[in-house]
Design a protein. Structure first.
Length: 103
């Protein structure tokens, strides 16, 4: 999977070591219970939410995503998505394009 990281990630409040986590992801190190919130040019919906362990599966091998948020636990990932929408309410119709342009 080809992952790029948005310059100002939305993070679960329990994530204190963002740079270390990104480095581990780039080295294909699995991190238990870490969820990624991503956008993709190739997918019709706005966000994809999946566990990092899921990202290592073959079906994601050829896909490209921009990570816009990271959270421990699925519930926290959905809370982050809510926060992303609230923070971008003015640009709600163009939210996906914003993340794709400013990676």
């Amino acid at each position: 999977m080809n992952l790029k990281f948005y310059k100002k990630l939305y993070l679960d409040e329990s994530i204190k070591n963002e740079d270390e986590i990104i480095e581990q992801i780039k080295q294909n190190i699995k991190i238990y219970n870490l969820y990624l919130i991503c956008v993709s040019k190739n997918v019709n919906h706005t966000f994809d939410i999946f566990s990092l362990n899921e990202a290592f599966k073959d079906r994601y091998k050829e896909k490209e995503y921009i990570v816009v948020g990271m959270a421990y636990e699925k519930k926290q990932a959905f809370i982050l998505v809510k926060n992303i929408f609230q923070d971008n309410i003015k640009d709600i119709n163009h939210i996906k394009e914003k993340f794709l342009k400013n990676k």
